[in-house]
Design a protein around this ligand. Structure first.
Ligand SMILES: Nc1ncnc2c1ncn2[C@@H]1O[C@H](COP(=O)(O)OP(=O)(O)OP(=O)(O)O)[C@@H](O)[C@H]1O
Ligand SMILES: [Mg+2]
Length: 258
């Protein structure tokens, strides 16, 4: 048993970090993920786009097991997603997630927000957690806001705190589900810049976004979803200049000319 998992880890260490195979998911009668196969290499940045309701958020949520799947397998770094318990808590910590709404703890300071998971899940002591939290807050450009409460920050600042909080767990992969959709236009870039830097630093990222500039400059690959299926995948250059499916052509003409 141990030998098998060691061997798997060695395989994983050379390449694939997140692997979905034949993943299927229903919400009642709605078949929301249909035979989804997706492999994400270590250090790869994948942008997921597609029409509303195509299953992008559900896909993200299955990867850190906020949603269960009906069939198929998902492995992170060679390990299948655990069903529940401590293993699942650890797995969740390996998969950082940033949502459209910032989901910070309103009654905790910015600093405490970034320290909490380190202490509770990673068992860091307070001092270590604080040093790391301050360094991460500096890295995302909100170091001077550490002692404020989330409501005292702008949306762009709160989202950067949410990114720092996820990074504090030393995740193997970061999932972003429309991280800039709730932001005023002038705050979008400050969040995208932090994500760009993260991509340059080699973080493995799955990013659901309609920010095509980000997709073009930061993504290694664009995955286009429609009706619960991955319809096509390509490099950003290929995808934006020459999408192969009618669904993607139609989608692009709508979002690029609005
Ligand atoms: N908890 C749920 N219960 C029932 N149906 C759901 C649930 N969550 C999502 N759905 C449905 O599953 C489908 C896919 O939803 P999902 O949120 O994954 O789409 P999306 O691609 O992220 O869309 P958007 O671009 O609007 O965020 C939609 O039809 C949605 O209504
Ligand atoms: Mg969504």
């Amino acid at each position: 048993m141990t030998e098998v998992s060691v061997a798997k880890e060695e395989v994983a260490a050379t390449g694939d970090l997140v692997v979905l195979k034949s993943v299927n998911k229903h919400f009642g009668a709605l078949h929301v993920l249909q035979d989804v196969d997706l492999t994400i290499a270590r250090g790869e940045v994948v942008v997921v786009i597609g029409p509303s309701g195509s299953g992008k958020s559900t896909l993200c949520r299955t990867v850190n097991r906020l949603e269960t799947i009906d069939a198929g397998t998902i492995t992170i770094d060679g390990r299948p997603l655990p069903q529940e318990g401590k293993e699942l808590a650890r797995l969740r910590a390996d998969v950082g997630m940033v949502f459209q709404s910032f989901n910070l703890f309103a009654h905790k300071t910015v600093l405490e927000n970034v320290m909490l998971g380190q202490i509770k899940v990673r068992k860091a002591d307070r001092k270590q957690a604080e040093v790391k939290a301050r360094a991460l807050l500096d890295r995302v450009g909100v170091g001077t806001q550490a002692d404020k409460y989330p409501a005292q920050l702008s949306g762009g600042q709160q989202q950067r705190v949410a990114i720092a909080r996820a990074l504090a767990m030393d995740p193997k992969v970061m999932l972003f589900d429309e991280p800039t959709s709730a932001l005023d236009p002038e705050m979008i870039n400050e969040v995208l810049e932090v994500m760009q830097q993260l991509a340059r630093d080699g973080m493995t990222m799955i990013v659901v976004t309609h920010e095509m500039g980000f997709a073009r400059s930061a993504a290694n690959r664009v995955v286009f979803m429609a009706d619960g299926r991955i319809v096509e995948q390509a490099t950003p250059d290929q995808f934006f200049s020459n999408p192969s499916s009618d669904r993607a052509k139609d989608f692009l003409s709508k979002i690029l000319h609005h």
